[in-house]
Design a protein around this ligand. Structure first.
Ligand SMILES: Nc1ncnc2c1ncn2[C@@H]1O[C@H](COP(=O)(O)OP(=O)(O)O)[C@@H](O)[C@H]1O
Ligand SMILES: [Mg+2]
Length: 391
């Protein structure tokens, strides 16, 4: 079999300055070409013809597509739709890593997305990103798939670079990302659009006075951190002072929020449509780093469907989450954290424009409940981006 042939590998990578291709990439590549064309059996292009196309084009997606169209014109194939399908670009650059405190989560998420997309037949470059610079691999891709959490990967900076470079990418654009990552900006947005959220105030290093509009207990949050870094609960004046000291290490401006006694839920949104609600039962007081990742205090329970929330309230939570998606200008994917009290009041905590994306993360979990496998979820998101024109 020529697929995976070392000489071709070398030629392709030399000519296009690519990382050396792996044999399984080559095979996936061809299989994908045939499958998206609806011809896993090889009716569209015989295996020999497919190999010829592959060799003649050095495997460059756009060239393969050009030849596929030519094949139609020469009546090698007869159904335009199949050729159109074959012309769907499919070279993906998955961005992972980053430099934020959530780097290790992103490496896992990004690796999982890359693997799923390879399984689906896409041709994937995995890029461990260290800054917001655009690389040749990103430019060479048909679509970029950022799987970065926190820092420049989620605050809109890398999205801005991608926009400036005119590259297509999965997920929210730079403006929406910058609002969603910022808990204070998100609060202002929610207030403006009547989205229910806990009473709040802002304190600064220059003015540490307890906000007159609030009373203890409160939650203090550094506004641009994630995964419960830079967050403190204050039930007493002493805790208030200690909490400020802790959180001012992250930012000179902090969000203070009324502590809500309620059930914690989260709602994923895919391309504007809500996924089933997940109820989160934490072993401690809050859904903190330990409850999310390390589990030293005990296991966190994820209930989907929820046990303690009526269908009506679930529907309401979904509607609120969709509204947040719409007014924030989010794209493709968003996860909205919502508290629901016993009496049915709802309080949106925040949105996450690049939520955890390992196979066991919350959005993939909820998607699974609707029959969308992790692989299909990744492909779906890719297709959302593909439908947009290049910026
Ligand atoms: N106002 C609040 N009342 C009660 N618990 C809260 C409140 N705000 C946050 N928490 C708890 O802290 C966790 C993290 O807060 P969140 O605002 O979602 O920040 P992030 O997830 O970015 O760290 C929440 O999942 C929740 O368990
Ligand atoms: Mg959160």
């Amino acid at each position: 079999m020529i697929v995976g042939d070392a000489a071709i590998n070398q030629r392709v990578s030399q000519r296009f300055h690519l990382k050396p291709l792996r044999a399984d990439d080559m095979e996936n590549y061809l299989r994908h070409r045939l499958r998206v064309a609806g011809h896993a059996t090889g009716n569209l292009f015989s295996p020999t013809a497919a190999m010829e196309i592959f060799n003649a084009t050095h495997g460059v997606p756009r060239e393969v597509n050009r030849l596929a169209k030519l094949a139609l014109e020469h009546a090698w194939v007869t159904e335009a739709a199949k050729v159109e399908a074959a012309a769907v670009p499919f070279k993906v650059a998955v961005l992972k890593g980053g430099t934020s405190s959530e780097r290790s989560v992103s490496l896992e998420s990004g690796g999982g997305v890359a693997k799923a997309l390879r399984n689906a037949g896409y041709f994937v470059d995995e890029i461990d990103v260290q800054d917001t610079g655009i690389t040749a691999e990103m430019r060479n891709a048909d679509v970029v798939f950022p799987v970065l959490h926190g820092g420049f990967g989620e605050n809109g900076d890398i999205q801005k670079s991608l926009e400036d470079a005119g590259l297509r990418f999965v997920g929210s654009g730079s403006e929406a990302s910058a609002i969603i990552i910022d808990k204070i900006k998100s609060k202002q947005l929610m207030e403006k659009h009547g989205i229910p959220t806990a009473p709040w105030a802002v304190v600064t290093k220059g003015n540490r006075a307890f906000p007159s509009s609030l009373s203890l207990p409160v939650v203090i949050k550094a506004p641009r951190e994630g995964s419960t870094v830079g967050i403190a609960i204050a039930e007493t004046v002493e805790e208030w002072e200690a909490g400020l000291d802790k959180c001012f290490a992250y930012d000179s401006e902090l969000l203070v929020e009324k502590f809500i006694n309620g059930m914690e839920t989260t709602v994923g949104i895919l391309n504007g449509e809500p996924l089933p609600v997940i109820e989160i039962q934490v072993p401690g007081k809050i859904y903190d780093f330990d409850a999310k990742y390390t589990h030293n205090q005990g296991e966190t329970r994820y209930l989907c469907p929820p046990e303690n929330i009526s269908k009506e309230l679930q529907k309401k939570a979904q509607e609120i989450a969709v509204k947040f998606y719409q007014v924030s200008g989010a794209r493709d994917i968003l996860r909205v954290d919502i508290f629901i009290t016993k009496s049915g009041e709802m309080y949106v905590l925040e949105g996450n424009s690049l939520p955890g994306f390992t196979a066991s993360s919350l959005v993939p979990k909820a998607a699974g409940k609707t029959g969308l496998s992790f692989e299909k979820l990744c492909v779906f998101l890719l297709q959302c981006a593909m439908k947009r024109p290049k910026s």
